[in-house]
Design a protein around this ligand. Structure first.
Ligand code: SER
Length: 890
């Protein structure tokens, strides 16, 4: 055969482009992902001016051949050895590949498995593109460090559907147009495979009623027949398109969430805190049907949030979910157990997971990396122990969950991300990554105010790419890595020097939000939207707002909170770890450097200028946000000092800082007013900090503009308080403002409970000697409800029915005790439903002294006029210390 050799002189010595056809020899009956890899390779060759042909049999000149094959194949190993690559036992490692070529020899691509061949083809395609031809010699051996690497998509909305509860969104084309858009899937899945991600999770409360028919429960189907037909077709299509790209599709679901029609038919709520027979039967059958219909799609159960109690969760997992999977396996003729990924969220994993392993073997676990924020690469404490315990039991994934402290801004701090991936491996024992997008609840749209909306996977390309890159190889050296990112950013913005500044800007900006939340936040959870700021009271008295100690005990390096810092100053004790003044300095420094970096890049940018302008605006926002927090944390420090000194100068200084923080907040408002639709993608009552996100499913308080009046009033109130102090009204100004509680009319309808007057001497249960010794004046004289403590403790009290003619709040007293039998206060960290009925923060921290009981903390539950069942979340006994008008207790 006549061969025409074209030597290209493009800085890629030794590259040969060959005008003769190049045969890409794929093994006969190659898996779809191998065929996909071969196609991508062929496309790269075509772009490089070659003429590729995909064939299944070798032939022709060796130098015109690319041979794809199994690394375990003896012939392939001989050929590799001839090309200078000898594989050691275990090489190249799962999903790995070897690529070898001796001069004038064939190109050999040897995969450890089908995915390895796919990635080998993609690697070779990249080299062909870079070299504008087939490199004359090759020697590459690689495999991923993490076994599972991939993102999730929330089948969720920013609001709650009318008549529904949190997480309840059937699959419909109206709610989720992207799900039915094949062009979207092509582009998105191509992006995932390009980043060598190999798993995709879809999140839903109750997916089965949209995806399978259960013959015994035809009425459970939540969508009409035409929609159902489309859902099945799309789900199969997505699973196939994933598989073609080496991606394992996994469906996540919460428990126990019932299909609405099934719940209604059986007079049940849609969200159950304990199993009932019809729920067990439906779910087991629905899961079996799912496994039968979609045998290669995985399942990821979240055993909470609605489902409460370890025993209930164990039973639900071992008697409903896993038997359902096994039934489906049998019906589908599967020989091996498909993996089931259990989330450890909202449960006691050390009690539950070992029980699940007794009935099923192929179990993976998944735990949040830094809760629902990104806070540190030094995770430690209790949460670290959970990860390590899970990693001992089997394959374990870290979940980069909701990014409550990063949203809505872009995040591209590759250095921070690399250290987190190393920590996931080295400190937490993880071998898998489950990655949230930056704006989870509104997939696929980004929060930027553009028309049409930006798409998240394009806007946040660096977010996805960085996590993928480091889960493939967490140890890339900094010099190689910097060159890589500069090249990638230059592809986007057209200039290497600009790219270097932009990379530095990303890396500086990315240090601010993690520091702010971990030292000053109330929670890493998604009930706090960090970029909307915090009130001074939240900074000074976080204990009033359901503060989460895990934030600084597990999700931060060692350090001090504002309160600890001031207490130590006055006790002349040494400081330990990160201190608030240090964090204040650091966030001001990093955010200023980022602004300077982006300013230096600006004149050099030649491509995608609009996007660059948005990125630069983000840096300005992060600067204003950091300044706002720095000034407000300083204000809080001086208020806390004042509590020790009673020196008005401290309050004056606090006032100066508070006014400064408001100025920075105004800057943030101005920077975001026309650039962002919202600060947070979850805009419901589940949001609590800085203020509640909305009630009745209606979004509220999601934009900086909406919070400005809150902060303006805060400064005015502070001024009034300061003026009162100056006028000598010390006692009044020091006094906490007691919320006025106004008793509301109500009747107890069920025979298991009775009204009583909350006052000194009154027993708080019908069967017990627990008697009020003193009570805070806000509650004194209100009408409460009492019942049998023993029955409540044994969970045989039954629902308490009551009626009212006005909107009310029922004041629930929780006994602060670890003894079993006492109901626990609501925890919106692990139970999103709790927030729908009202207070997930304590209303009164020390409500009453009751003989024989520890401290009583009061929370409230909201009810409209009408007849209701009172049954606060959880199990065990509690007190009802009043029923007040809705406006009487905020
Ligand atoms: N907090 C909820 C969960 O962890 C939603 O993000 O599932």
């Amino acid at each position: 055969m006549m061969r025409i050799l074209l030597l290209f002189c493009l800085g890629c010595a030794g590259v040969i482009a060959d005008a003769a056809p190049i045969r890409i020899v794929v093994p006969p009956a190659a898996a779809p992902r191998v065929a996909y890899g071969a196609q991508q390779l062929a496309a790269a060759m075509t772009a490089a001016g070659l003429e590729p042909q995909i064939v299944t049999a070798a032939g022709g000149e060796p130098a015109d051949t690319v041979v794809l094959g199994a690394a375990t194949d003896a012939k392939m190993q001989t050929a590799l050895a001839a090309a200078g690559m000898t594989l050691a036992t275990g090489q190249p490692g799962a999903e790995g590949y070897g690529i070898a070529r001796a001069p004038q020899g064939p190109v050999l691509v040897a995969g450890a498995d089908d995915s390895g061949l796919l990635y080998g083809c993609l690697e070779l395609a990249g080299r062909v593109r870079a070299a504008h031809g087939l490199p004359a010699t090759l020697h590459v051996l690689d495999h991923p460090a993490f076994a599972l690497r991939g993102p999730c998509i929330g089948m969720q909305k920013t609001y709650i559907l009318p008549g529904r509860h949190v997480y309840e969104y059937p699959y419909t084309s109206q709610l989720f147009p992207f799900f039915y858009d094949r062009a979207f899937w092509h582009e998105y899945l191509d992006m995932l495979v390009k980043n060598r991600m190999n798993v995709l999770f879809l999140w839903s409360g109750q997916p089965f009623a949209s995806l399978v028919k259960v013959p015994e429960y035809p009425y459970a189907q939540e969508v009409d027949d035409e929609q159902f037909r489309q859902n099945v077709a799309m789900f199969r299509y997505i699973a196939e398109e994933c598989d073609r790209r080496g991606i394992w599709l996994v469906q996540m679901f919460y428990n126990i969430i019932l299909p609405k029609p099934l719940a209604e038919r059986n007079h049940l709520p849609t969200q159950l805190k304990a199993p009932v027979p019809v729920a067990e039967d439906y779910m087991r059958k629905a899961i079996a049907e799912f496994v039968k219909q979609y045998p290669h799609v995985g399942l990821m159960p979240c055993l909470g949030e609605a489902l409460q109690g370890t025993q209930n969760q164990i039973e639900w997992a071992t008697k409903v979910i896993l038997p359902g999977v096994k039934d489906g396996m049998r019906e589908a003729g599967l020989k091996e157990e498909p993996p089931v990924v259990f989330r450890t969220h909202a449960m006691d994993p050390q009690a539950v997971i070992p029980e699940t392993l007794k009935v099923y073997h192929n179990i993976f676990t998944e735990t949040k990396y830094n809760g629902e924020s990104l806070t540190t690469w030094q995770p430690r404490g209790k949460d670290q122990q959970t990860h390590l315990a899970m990693a001992k039991l089997g394959p374990h994934l870290v979940n980069i969950h909701i990014l409550s402290n990063l949203e809505p801004f872009r995040y591209g701090d590759q250095q921070f991300i690399q250290k987190c991936v190393q920590a996931a491996r080295d400190r937490l024992g993880a071998t898998g990554l489950h990655l949230y997008p930056l704006s989870y609840w509104n997939w696929p749209d980004a929060p930027d105010k553009t028309n049409p909306p930006l798409k998240q996977w394009r806007r946040d390309w660096i977010w996805f790419e960085a996590w993928a890159r480091y889960t493939w190889n967490p140890d890339i050296d900094p010099v190689t890595d910097r060159a890589y990112w500069i090249r990638r950013i230059a592809e986007m913005y057209g200039n290497d020097a600009a790219a270097a500044h932009i990379l530095d800007g990303y890396n500086a900006d990315g240090e601010c939000a993690p520091r702010i939340i971990r030292r000053f936040g109330i929670t890493e959870g998604n009930r706090q939207t960090m970029s909307l700021g915090m009130t001074l009271d939240e900074l000074v008295r976080p204990e009033k707002y359901g503060v989460l100690p895990d934030l600084w005990e597990s999700q931060s390096p060692p350090g001090e909170r504002l309160q600890d810092y001031v207490a130590k100053e006055f006790a002349h004790q040494p400081h330990v770890g990160e201190t608030p003044p240090q964090i204040i300095r650091e966030i001001l420094d990093y955010s200023q450097r980022a602004v300077a970096d982006f300013a230096a890049a600006a004149p050099l940018v030649t491509k995608n200028r609009d996007e660059f302008a948005r990125l630069q605006n983000d840096a300005a926002c992060i600067r204003a946000m950091s300044q706002n927090y720095a000034a407000k944390a300083n204000a809080a420090l001086f208020v806390l000092r004042y509590e020790h000194t009673h020196d008005l100068k401290d309050m004056e200084t606090a006032r100066t800082y508070l006014a400064e923080s408001l100025d920075h907040y105004r800057t943030l408002v101005n920077l975001t007013r026309n650039t962002y639709w919202y600060a947070n993608s979850m805009q419901t009552a589940q949001r609590r900090i800085p203020v509640i996100g909305g009630m009745g499913g209606q979004p509220a308080n999601y934009h900086w503009t909406q919070l400005l009046p809150v902060y303006e009033k805060e400064l005015a109130d502070f001024d009034a308080r300061l003026a009162a102090l100056k006028a000598g009204g010390t006692a009044a100004a020091h006094a906490e403002l007691l919320t006025v509680m106004k008793g509301a009319p109500f009747e107890v309808l069920s025979g298991n409970a009775e009204r009583y007057t909350v006052k000194v001497g009154a027993p708080v249960f019908t069967d017990h000697k627990y008697v009020i010794q003193s009570v805070t004046s806000a509650l004194d004289g209100l009408k409460g409800i009492r019942f049998s403590d023993a029955a409540a403790k044994a969970n045989r009290l039954g629902p308490i029915e009551f009626s009212t003619t006005v909107p009310v709040r029922v004041l629930i007293g929780y006994v602060e005790s670890d003894e079993p039998g006492w109901r626990k206060p609501p925890n919106s960290e692990t139970d999103a439903l709790a927030a729908e009925l009202g207070g997930t923060e304590p209303l009164i921290l020390d409500a009453a002294k009751i003989k024989g009981l520890p401290k009583i903390v009061v929370y409230s539950l909201s009810f409209g006029p009408g007849r209701h069942r009172l049954d606060p979340r959880g199990f065990g006994s509690y007190l009802v210390l009043g029923v007040v008008t809705a406006d009487g207790a905020q």
